[in-house]
Design a protein around this ligand. Structure first.
Ligand code: SAH
Length: 248
């Protein structure tokens, strides 16, 4: 019988893939891969598995969500097992929830294999814990992508005094910073932006809230990046101690 899995590929470093993800990948006849997934992860797929890239690649538009679901259903109904590989965790901003719903509506059970989300791994990669008793009693994972009616309530989030971990926030970073400053968040609140975390090309900047957008622009940081806002960002390892560190 064919099986369907939604698999988290982790933040980038192939060693941050779970054992379960690696074992399950080896069972799949078809692997549908998002663009943030490190291609090295595919070493765990079978040599004869059909690999389909459905993310935005080389400037091409990503495959529309309904087409991805239709493709999964077609393979499953033909008796092929399908692994859907997503960056980080499949249920954190990955549309994994939507894909699960669509498959369930078609009467198909999908197994979820959690992955390490970028919102935890990216801060950790520069020494930032997302919670710390002295700094934050909790952490909020929020998308910076939405505008208008989909915009997060930054005033309410600022009032939580929790660590804010922003996914997809680079394009609208100055607007987000302005909203937080208007909400009364201190201009010198420690912040970090980490690009391509856990990959060889990882880079980051540390700055106070007021200077964050300019520092990010000066450093030429872009997507994919995680932005961390809150006292925990002051715990980042000093940049010069991170140079020339051997891989663990
Ligand atoms: N499901 C993924 C998130 C998908 S949304 C997860 O759990 O990590 C895509 C966003 O994730 C990017 O815009 C970026 O904000 C973040 N992201 C993913 N991989 C990243 C990485 N290696 N470094 C920094 N940010 C990353």
């Amino acid at each position: 019988m064919s099986r369907a899995w939604l698999i988290g590929a982790g933040p980038g470093d192939v060693e941050l893939l779970t054992l379960k993800a690696a074992r399950t990948l080896a069972l799949a006849d078809v692997v549908l891969v998002d663009d943030l997934v490190n291609p090295e992860v595919l070493q765990f797929a079978r040599g004869d598995a059909q690999i389909v890239h459905v993310g935005k690649r080389g400037g091409q538009a990503s495959t529309p969500q309904p087409d991805i679901v239709a493709m999964m259903l077609e393979h499953l109904r033909a008796g092929r097992s399908v692994a859907r590989l997503k960056g980080g965790d499949p249920f954190v901003f990955g549309r994994g929830g939507e894909e699960q719903q669509a498959l369930q509506e078609a009467g198909i059970h999908v197994e979820i294999i959690s992955g390490i989300t970028a919102g935890i791994a990216a801060p950790a990669a520069v020494g930032i814990p997302v919670t710390h008793r002295d700094h934050a009693q909790g952490v909020v994972f929020v998308t910076g992508h939405g505008a208008g009616e989909h915009e997060a309530d930054w005033r309410a989030l600022a009032a939580t005094r929790m660590t804010l971990v922003i996914y997809m926030g680079m394009r609208r970073l100055s607007d987000i910073v302005d909203a937080l400053l208007r909400a009364g968040m201190s201009a010198d609140t420690p912040c970090a932006a980490i690009q391509s975390a856990t990959r060889p090309e990882q880079r980051h900047v540390l700055a106070g809230l007021q200077d964050l957008a300019r520092s990010v622009a000066d450093a030429g940081l872009g997507s994919p990046s995680i932005v961390v806002i809150g006292g925990v960002a002051s715990l980042a390892a000093p940049v010069d101690t991170m140079l020339d560190q051997p891989a663990p």
